[in-house]
Ligand binder design. Structure first.
Ligand code: ATP
Length: 200
């Protein structure tokens, strides 16, 4: 079984860009948020549970009504927690099925709120990506159509970098991309070396 390396970081820190680099190095990457979105569209059990929780407007013509659900959970923390409670076990099982099929010394599991949701305990190591809030805000504004308020609201629901840094096994402050690439490659070499010396 490959080692599981959690990849986390706040909104706009650059974790997806970092995951792409690990992919380019031949490392399988599981992007939990993307899989959760796919599973909400494809898992019959999850569809049924979401309909029960949010009503028939959740799917129109069998297609997930994402704007409706986003509107509901944005205003209602309890609804968000309930949605997460439905989606979380389905994604966890999907990840187990996926990882069992991977043939690599290690895999990357990208989760935005890995520490917040306790998922870090299920990883062999965690790589944290950070950048100052102002930089992250600018990056997300350039990437998405989000408003400053919506981005700040998401930031406020995530732990601060100060809280996460002591918990991480590896940490990259992602500012200049060329520096980040070198750091990723060094971590990759170390992970490969570690799995080799442990005979995996
Ligand atoms: P989210 O949690 O919102 O999914 P994320 O942590 O996955 O965000 P990315 O999508 O990887 O962040 O990066 C945010 C934006 O910043 C992207 O447009 C990405 O290309 C850009 N970016 C990431 N790192 C750098 C960097 N070092 N220099 C310049 N731009 C960067």
């Amino acid at each position: 079984m490959p080692k599981i390396i959690g990849l986390t970081g706040g909104i706009g820190s650059g974790k997806s860009k970092v995951a792409l680099r690990f992919s380019a190095l031949g490392i399988p990457c599981y992007i939990a948020d993307d899989r959760a979105k796919d599973l909400m569209k494809t898992s019959a059990d999850l569809k049924e549970a979401v309909c029960k929780l949010f009503g028939p407007e959740s799917y129109s013509g069998g297609v997930l009504n994402r704007p409706y659900i986003a509107r509901v959970v944005f205003k209602d923390a309890t609804a968000l927690a309930q949605l997460n409670a439905l989606v979380h076990p389905v994604v966890a099982q999907d990840f187990q099925n996926w990882v069992a099929k991977q043939d690599a010394p290690y895999v990357i599991k990208e989760v935005a709120i890995l520490f917040e949701n306790g998922g870090s305990k299920l990883c062999d190591s965690v790589l944290l990506i950070t950048a100052p809030e102002a930089v992250r805000l600018d990056r997300v504004l350039a990437r998405d159509k989000s408003s400053v308020e919506a981005i700040q609201d998401r930031m406020s629901k995530q732990w601060s970098d100060e809280r996460k840094i002591p918990l991480a096994d590896y940490h990259i402050e992602n500012l200049e991309w060329e520096d980040t690439l070198l750091k990723i490659d060094a971590i990759h070499q170390e992970l490969i070396q570690n799995t080799r010396t442990k005979g995996n």
